[in-house]
Design a protein around this ligand. Structure first.
Ligand code: SAM
Length: 228
C-alpha cells in the first residue's frame, strides 16, 4: 500500500483554497473513468459529480439534502452535462446498487464519510471497482479542541476499509496549517465554520487559546483509494 504525508503552512489571504485537495485530484486523475458508472456520495451541489461527468460514462450524485440536489441539477443544466443524475437518499442506509440500477465501477466521496458508507460501498462496488475519497483527518481543526465525529486517522481508516473487505491501494494525508491575523480573520474567511464553532463551543476554545493575537487552524484531509 502506498502512503504519503504532505504538510504545508499557509497564510490566510495569500492562500488560494483549491476546489479539491491536490492529493485527491492526483488520485482521481490517475483513474480511467471512461464508460464507468460513478456514484458520488454526499454530492452536495455536485462539485465532484460534475467534474467527473465529462470523463465518465454515467455519474449518479447522492445526497440527503434536496436543496443542494436542486442546485446540482441546475448547475448540470447550465453546463450542458446530461450524463449525471442527482438522487435523494441517506448514504448511510441506502442500497447503492438499487439506487443506480447498474453495476458500480467507482464510488467517490469528497468530504463526506462514515463507517456505514464504507460498508455500503464495499457491498455495492463491482469486483475490481474502486472507492476514492477525501475526508477529514483527525487533525482537522485540532486547535478547536475537539475531534470531529467523521474524522479518521490513517490507521483507523485502514482498519475500516480492510474489515469491510476492501483492499487499500493508497492512503495519504494533506495538511495545511493556515495562519490568520486573528479570530476575526477566521470569521471573515470562513463565516459558516465560525458560526458552527460558536454554536458548539469550539469558538470559546479558540478564544481561550488565541485571545486577541494571531491564530492558526489546521486543515487536514485524509485521501484514500481502495479496491473491491
Ligand atoms: C461537506 S458537504 C460535501 C459536498 C460535496 N461532496 C462537495 O465536495 O462539495 C457534505 C454533504 O453530505 C451530505 N450528507 C450528510 N449526511 C448525509 C447522508 N446521511 N446521506 C447523504 N448525504 C449526506 C450533506 O447534505 C452535504 O451536502
Amino acid at each position: 500500500m502506498e502512503t504519503e504525508t504532505r504538510v504545508r503552512r499557509a497564510t490566510s489571504g495569500a492562500f488560494e483554497w483549491p476546489e479539491f485537495e491536490a492529493m485527491f485530484e492526483e488520485r482521481l486523475a490517475a483513474e480511467d473513468f471512461s464508460d464507468a458508472t460513478v456514484l458520488d456520495l454526499g454530492t452536495g451541489e455536485g462539485r465532484l459529480a460534475l467534474a467527473l461527468a465529462p470523463l465518465a460514462g454515467r455519474v449518479v450524485g447522492l445526497d440527503a439534502d434536496q436543496e443542494s440536489l436542486a442546485a446540482a441539477r441546475d448547475r448540470a443544466r447550465e453546463l450542458g452535462i446530461s450524463n449525471v443524475t442527482f438522487v435523494p437518499a441517506d448514504a448511510d442506509a441506502a442500497n447503492y446498487r438499487l439506487l443506480t440500477r447498474s453495476r458500480i465501477d467507482y464510488v467517490v466521496a469528497n468530504h463526506f464519510m462514515s463507517e456505514a458508507v464504507i460498508g455500503a460501498t464495499a457491498k455495492a462496488l463491482r469486483p475490481g471497482g474502486r472507492f476514492l475519497f477525501a475526508c477529514h483527518h483527525r487533525d482537522q481543526w485540532i486547535e478547536s479542541g475537539r475531534v470531529g465525529r467523521f474524522s479518521f486517522t490513517e490507521d483507523a481508516m485502514r482498519d475500516l476499509l480492510t474489515r469491510a473487505g476492501l483492499t487499500v491501494i493508497f492512503l495519504g494525508v494533506e495538511t495545511f496549517t493556515v495562519s490568520y491575523a486573528g479570530l476575526a480573520e477566521i470569521e471573515e474567511a470562513h463565516p459558516e465554520l465560525a458560526a458552527k464553532f460558536r454554536a458548539d463551543g469550539r469558538w470559546a476554545t479558540l478564544t481561550e487559546r488565541f485571545g486577541d493575537g494571531p491564530a492558526e487552524l489546521t486543515w487536514s484531509t485524509l485521501v484514500g483509494v481502495a479496491q473491491r
